[in-house]
Design a protein around this ligand. Structure first.
Ligand code: NAP
Length: 526
């Protein structure tokens, strides 16, 4: 089927070669590169009514990227019009809308399509997809661009349902609710909260910030991009390339401290300590805001206005744990009632379970939730034994604390394109990563992570699986190594299925390349 023959939206069942789920940087990035390669037989299912993923969903006051925009954009689509070094959410969302049109992927989009189940049909080698709107698709290849930070996490605090005031999560910001003159409780002090607290603090009557763990915060080197710079980027595009490259390597150098020599983080911590000292004159408040773990263990945040906001007379920081919520108050473990009109959760996302139970089922109907019982894992964060022709973008261990996720996304997209080309040339109906290849890869990744600051820095973070303590989210080190690892697609790492549903005897070599090292690849079937 090609775009010309695409059935209308109201068709009950649609056949497509490639189904992409999600239209954030990942899903759009995949779709754009397919189009650029001349592929038209693919569709993108998007649960919402517009593209943008996290940059559509998160629109809380102050929402902005904490990676410089020249790097946080597609390599093939530089944007000379960025207005700031760190673009704000509306600008990033517009950029993604523009890319959708510019690269001709809008006609492949189906909005209002929330995936409820994707089941692999072994006899037909196809993924059967069902959506909340009743639509059904059948696809040879399934690409998840659903991201790991899309499902809001609201803690199960006793009495939450009895609260009579206003409650919302940072991801579901209610702009219609007037915060002016209100007593507001903010729960959480992560990347989102530190962006919206300074924005709302001057508007509310009183803001109580419930802090469980203080974050380390570095100065943010943000500024407006001058018209002359924009002119240069527009008329002499190489200047933006130089800028991008310089920023990439500057950010990349941070992996040295995070993953290679964690002791280097001590020097970085000094900068954060100085930032805190300069911005918070009150020694008591400063002590409250000083973390007791090494910088880098949790995501390092950047802000120039968070600490000053906490020094305001109408803002207080509460560190006693929350015991319960009552009709009109937050009650802390010391029995103190904190009367509030509104509770805002800046409590992050359900990272450990990116797919709810029942949504993705591979060979034998096995739910991905069961496959990941001991923590999520995948080969190159992309493929998983038992799930043929299923590719994840921003899958396990592809997250970053130091550089642009768009770089990782592009690496994965190119890897998937290589896989698709190889399948075509090998005439394989489906491919599936060999379990021993995936296992060896993950053992190596976990070994590297064990030495990194995220494991040794003395903190608990969402990077670690809450049940096993394993770091299932981050890539351990330099991003160019990930680019290198995904830079070739080796069929030795995979089984191929002929259209008969049996794994074929495609050539199996003695060794398979696993992240730069050799791992034995036997002809093991599952
Ligand atoms: P987060 O980093 O997971 O922070 C959640 C905060 O809520 C933490 O301070 C956490 O405390 C606290 N918390 C969670 N459960 C709690 C409970 N039951 N009681 C009290 N406090 C609780 O979430 P986020 O700020 O939304 O950010 C999530 C991720 O999104 C970031 O790490 C980043 O990757 C991404 N993000 C990126 C940007 C950007 O600019 N690019 C902006 C926003 C978000 P503990 O620390 O004690 O767990």
């Amino acid at each position: 089927m090609n775009a010309r023959t695409m059935p209308p939206d109201d068709a009950a069942s649609i056949d497509t070669d490639i189904a992409i789920i999600g239209s954030g940087f990942a899903g759009l990035g995949m779709a754009i590169r397919l189009r650029q390669g001349g592929q038209t037989d693919f569709m993108i299912a998007e649960k919402a009514e517009s593209v943008g993923g996290t940059w559509r969903d998160n629109h809380y006051p102050g929402c902005a990227c904490d990676v410089q925009s020249h790097v946080y954009s597609f390599s093939y689509a530089p944007n000379p019009r960025w207005t700031r070094m760190f673009a704000r959410q509306p600008e990033i969302r517009s950029y993604l809308e523009e890319c959708t049109d510019r690269f001709g992927v809008r006609r492949h989009l189906r909005f209002g399509h929330e995936l409820v189940s994707a089941v692999y049909d072994e006899t037909r080698h196809r993924w059967q997809l069902a959506f909340a709107n009743g639509q059904q698709w059948s696809a040879r290849v399934l690409v998840s661009g659903m991201g790991g930070l899309s499902r809001a996490a609201v803690p199960n605090i006793p009495g939450l349902d009895t609260f009579e005031g206003k409650i919302f999560h940072s991801q579901q910001w209610d702009h219609a609710y007037p915060l002016e003159g209100k007593r507001v409780a903010v729960i959480g002090t992560g990347a989102s909260a530190i962006q919206f607290v300074p924005q709302i603090a001057p508007r509310v009557a009183q803001l109580e910030l419930f802090q469980r763990t203080p974050p380390w915060i570095m100065p943010k080197a943000d500024r407006a991009i001058k018209p002359l710079e924009q002119w240069l980027f527009r008329n002499l595009p190489f200047t933006q390339k130089i800028m991008r490259s310089g920023l990439y390597w500057m950010l990349e150098s941070r992996a040295l401290g995070f993953a290679v020599h964690p002791s280097l983080m001590k020097a970085v911590q000094k900068i954060a300590e100085r930032h805190l000292r300069r911005q918070v004159p009150d020694p008591q408040l400063r002590a409250t805001l000083t973390p007791d773990y090494t910088i880098g263990c949790k995501r390092v945040l950047i802000s120039n206005d968070y600490f000053p906001a906490l020094s305001r007379a109408n803002v207080s920081v509460e560190t006693t744990g929350i015991e319960r919520i009552e009709r009109d108050a937050v009650v802390t473990a010391d029995g103190v009632r904190h009367p509030v009109d509104c509770v805002i959760f800046g409590t992050g996302f359900q990272v450990a379970d990116p797919f709810p139970r029942g949504v993705v089922r591979g060979r034998g109907g096995v739910d991905i939730v069961d496959t990941w019982r001991d923590g999520a894992h995948a080969y190159l964060g992309t493929t998983l034994p038992g799930y043929p022709n299923f590719f994840m973008i921003v899958g396990p261990n592809t997250g970053l604390g130091h550089n642009s996720m768009v770089y990782m996304i592009e690496s994965q997209v190119e890897y998937i394109l290589r896989a698709l080309n190889t399948m075509r040339s090998e005439r394989a109906a489906a491919i599936e990563v060999r379990p021993q290849v995936e296992r060896a890869y993950n053992e190596r990744i976990q070994q590297q992570l064990g030495r990194a600051i995220w494991s040794t820095g003395g903190c608990k973070s969402w990077y670690l699986d809450p049940n096993t303590g394993k770091n299932t989210t981050l890539w351990p080190g330099f991003t160019w190594r990930f680019r290198q690892a995904t830079g070739t697609f080796s069929m030795d790492d995979y089984f191929a299925y002929a259209p008969t549903a049996q794994p074929t005897a495609l050539p199996v070599h003695a060794t398979a390349s696993v992240h730069g090292s050799a791992a034995t690849a036997s002809a093991e079937a599952t």
